[in-house]
Design a protein around this ligand. Structure first.
Ligand code: FPP
Length: 248
C-alpha cells in the first residue's frame, strides 16, 4: 500500500529541492554508458514531478547541471546538454497542460545556444502557470550565485542605490537567483545515491532546511520514495533556533 495516505497534506513542504545523484553508477551496474543513466533519470524526473503535484508541493528544484559539471568528459557534457534540450522540447506541452511553470536559477548565458533557446521558450510558454514551479538548477552553483549577488550589491552601493547600513539577510536574499524568481527557501532537501554532501547547492537558502538522504540511485527513485522523504520531514521538529516549549 502507498505511504501517500500517511502524509499530512496540511504540512507538505512548499518547496522541495533534490540533488539527483547516482545516474552514472546506476548505468555502470547495468553495464551501460553513463549517459544511459541520465536518460533513465529523466523518467524519475517525470514521476517525481507528478508525485510532488499530487501532494500540492509548489516548488520542485532539481540540480540538473552544476557549474563544475563542465569538467566532465566532453562526450558526457554534450550528451547531457542534448538530453536536457530534447527532454524540455518533448515535455513542454504536457507540462504546460498540467499547470507547470518552468524556471531556471542557473547561468543561462553560458549554456549552448540551442539549450538557451529551448529553456527561454519553455519558460515563456509556461509563465502563466502556477500549479507547481519546476525550477531547474542548470549551470548553477551556490558560489557562482553568491559571488554574483555580492558583485551586484557592491555595484548598487557604488551607484548609491543601496546604503550599506541597510544590508541585512533579507536584502542579501533578494539578490539570490531564487528570490529574483520569487522562489522561497526549501523546507526539504533530498539527496539520492548515499552521498552525504551538499555539492555547492543552495548554500544560502538551506539555512533551516531539513535534509533527507537516501541510498537509492536517482534512476530508481520513484513517487513512493518522495512520499517517504516527506513523511520523514513531517517527523522532524523544526525549531528555527528556539526550544521545544516555545513552539507550543
Ligand atoms: C548526477 O549523477 C546527475 C547529473 C549530473 C545530471 C542529472 C540530470 C538528469 C537526471 C537529467 C535531468 C533532466 C531534466 C529534464 C531536468 P552522476 O552522473 O553524478 O552519478 P554518479 O555519481 O553515479 O556518477
Amino acid at each position: 500500500m502507498s505511504v501517500f495516505s500517511d502524509i499530512d497534506l496540511t504540512n507538505v513542504p512548499k518547496h522541495i529541492a533534490i540533488i539527483m545523484d547516482g545516474n552514472g553508477r546506476w548505468a555502470k551496474k547495468q553495464g551501460q554508458m553513463r549517459l544511459h543513466g541520465h536518460s533513465v533519470g529523466v523518467e524519475s524526473v517525470r514521476g517525481t514531478l507528478k508525485a510532488a503535484q499530487k501532494m500540492g508541493v509548489k516548488y520542485l528544484t532539481l540540480y540538473a547541471f552544476s557549474t563544475e559539471n563542465w569538467n566532465r568528459p566532453k562526450e558526457e557534457v554534450d550528451g547531457l546538454m542534448k538530453l536536457l534540450v530534447q527532454s524540455i522540447s518533448n515535455e513542454v506541452e504536457e507540462l504546460n497542460e498540467s499547470g507547470v511553470r518552468m524556471l531556471n536559477i542557473g547561468d543561462n548565458s553560458q549554456l549552448p545556444v540551442d539549450a538557451q533557446e529551448e529553456l527561454e521558450s519553455a519558460m515563456k510558454r509556461t509563465e502563466h502557470n502556477d500549479n507547481i514551479h519546476l525550477v531547474l538548477a542548470l549551470n548553477y552553483s551556490s558560489r557562482w550565485e553568491i559571488t554574483r549577488a555580492m558583485t551586484e550589491i557592491a555595484q548598487d552601493v557604488k551607484d548609491n542605490k543601496l546604503d550599506p547600513s541597510a544590508i541585512n539577510d533579507e536584502v542579501v536574499s533578494s539578490y539570490m537567483a531564487t528570490a529574483k524568481s520569487g522562489i522561497p527557501d526549501p523546507e526539504l532537501l533530498i539527496r539520492t545515491s548515499g552521498e552525504y554532501r551538499i555539492s555547492n547547492f543552495l548554500l544560502w537558502q538551506i539555512a533551516y532546511t531539513e535534509f533527507h538522504f537516501t541510498d537509492i540511485l536517482w534512476p530508481d527513485f520513484r513517487d513512493e520514495d518522495l512520499f517517504k522523504a516527506v513523511l520523514d520531514y513531517q517527523s522532524r521538529e523544526r525549531r528555527f533556533g528556539q526550544i521545544t516549549e516555545q513552539l507550543k
